[in-house]
Every structure is written in structure tokens, then in C-alpha cells.
Design a protein around this ligand. Structure first.
Ligand SMILES: O=C(CO)COP(=O)(O)O
Length: 260
């Protein structure tokens, strides 16, 4: 069984002090990720240093940013490079989150450029895809995700593709309290794996972790994570609370111990 990745996207929450406080509580709950589980937290840029420092006390904990620019430098006010993120000690970066696609003009093309840049800089991209409710209602969700995947991975070699993480986040489930059912999640994750098989091959497809995101919490995580093709979660609101994040990590460890 693939190892789980339990990831938190802190969005625009948690300043540096709050980040240190989170880790202080969290490290009292867990000093190492359970076998078969990796953890990732993605705070704001200004909390990256605090998070990297604090994370060194917890084995299996990784830190990531939430965005980057695809250029190496230049007149891009308000932006940040892959090297600057690396310099903080972070190892991952979220790319193409639906909030960035929706509010900040992120396109399939910029998602691709950012994925390519993060790979060349040695950062692990967590590439996000997912459909709107209207698209699902029209039964267009598989086509939407297929197109987003093909665009995001354009020109990325098999050797690099296995270094990526994919997150399926149906937009209608983000921050709404409405989660995809375990069956809906499994159906889409299996579809994504089949698409990776077409884009690359079955071996590559089997290696790319596919996370589910959208109102995952301590109450629904166990069932979602029990699905064969759900390799973890990209968790928003519930990752801000040490106890709920810890609970989800614990479920992942138990499922891995049972099936791994
Ligand atoms: O967008 C998400 C993670 O990237 C999901 O957010 P919520 O878990 O708050 O719905």
C-alpha cells in the first residue's frame, strides 16, 4: 500500500506566533508520524521559518508553501521564487489551488509552469485539480479533471511526475462542510490514476500520491482514507486545530497498519 500523506493547507491563517503555538501543542501529541504516514503543513510565507524550525522536533513532518512564481527573479511585486521557498527549509509547494485559480488568475498554463519550476528547484509540487458544482451537475467533472491534469503535467517527464503529489479538491466541497462521499472520492481518484496511466504508465500512476481535499475532518477522514485510491488528504479548516489534525493522522496510521 502507498504511504499516506496527511497535509494541511493553512491558507491565510496562523501568524508566526500562532504557528509556534500549534507546533508546541502538536509535538505534545506526537513526536513521529505513524508508520506509513507522512505529514505536511503549509503555512503562509511569513510563518514558513517558524514552521520549519518547529517541525524539526517531529519526525515525518514536512513544511510547504502555498504558491510560488515560475520566474527566478524580476519585477513581480508581491511574488516569491522557488529558491526563496527552498531557502526557508520548506520542501513542498501547493500549486493551482482552486482559490488561486478563482481569485488570482491562475490558469492551466501557469499551473504547468509552476509545477515545472518547483521540480527543477527540488521542491515537491502538490498540484490541485477539481471541478465546480455546475460542472459536476452537467456530468462534466471527469472531463474537467482530465483536462486540468493533462495541462498541469504537460512536458513533465515520468521521472519528474513520480516526484509530484496530486490533490483532488472538488470546489463545491471546499470550506462548505459538504464532503464528497467516499464513493465519489474513490471514483474520481481511480479515474485520475487511470489518466496518469495514459499520460505515463501504470508504474508511474501507482507511485503518485492522490490526496482528497474538501471539508475533510476528524469525523469523515477515516472513511475517505479507507478508499483504495485515496492516499491522504489536503485539509483546510480541520488542519488548524492540533487535535483534529492529529486525529486524522492517527486514522491514517491505523489504516496503514491494518492494510499496509
Ligand atoms: O481547500 C482545501 C485544502 O486545500 C480544503 O479546505 P477545507 O478543508 O476547509 O474545506
Amino acid at each position: 500500500m502507498r504511504p499516506f500523506l496527511i497535509a494541511g493547507n493553512w491558507k491565510m491563517h496562523m501568524n508566526a506566533d500562532e504557528t509556534r503555538a500549534f507546533f508546541k501543542t502538536f509535538e505534545g501529541m506526537i513526536s513521529a508520524a505513524p508508520a506509513g504516514v507522512n505529514m505536511l503543513l503549509c503555512p503562509t510565507f511569513t510563518s514558513l521559518n517558524a514552521a520549519v524550525d518547529a517541525s524539526s522536533k517531529i519526525s515525518g513532518m514536512h513544511i510547504g508553501a502555498q504558491n510560488l512564481h515560475f520566474e527566478d527573479k524580476g519585477a513581480f511585486t508581491g511574488e516569491i521564487t522557488a529558491e526563496m521557498i527552498k531557502e526557508t527549509g520548506a520542501s513542498h509547494v501547493i500549486i493551482g489551488h482552486s482559490e488561486r485559480r478563482q481569485y488570482y488568475n491562475e490558469t492551466d498554463e501557469t499551473v504547468n509552469k509552476k509545477a515545472v519550476k518547483s521540480l527543477s528547484a527540488g521542491l515537491t509540487p502538490v498540484v490541485c485539480v477539481g471541478e465546480y458544482l455546475e460542472e459536476r451537475k452537467k456530468d462534466a467533472h471527469f472531463d474537467v479533471v482530465k483536462n486540468q491534469l493533462a495541462a498541469a503535467y504537460a512536458g513533465i517527464s515520468a521521472e519528474d511526475a513520480v516526484k509530484t503529489v496530486l490533490a483532488y479538491e472538488p470546489v463545491w466541497a471546499i470550506g462548505t462542510g459538504e464532503t464528497a462521499s467516499p464513493e465519489q472520492a474513490q471514483e474520481m481518484h481511480a479515474f485520475i490514476r487511470a489518466e496518469f496511466t495514459l499520460l505515463y504508465d501504470a508504474d508511474v500512476a501507482a507511485q503518485i500520491p492522490v490526496l482528497y481535499g474538501g471539508s475533510m475532518n476528524a469525523a469523515n477522514a477515516e472513511e475517505l482514507l479507507s478508499q483504495e485510491d485515496v492516499d491522504g488528504g489536503l485539509i483546510g479548516g480541520a488542519s488548524l486545530k492540533p487535535d483534529s489534525f492529529h486525529q486524522i493522522v492517527t486514522f491514517a496510521g491505523e489504516i496503514y497498519a491494518k492494510h499496509g
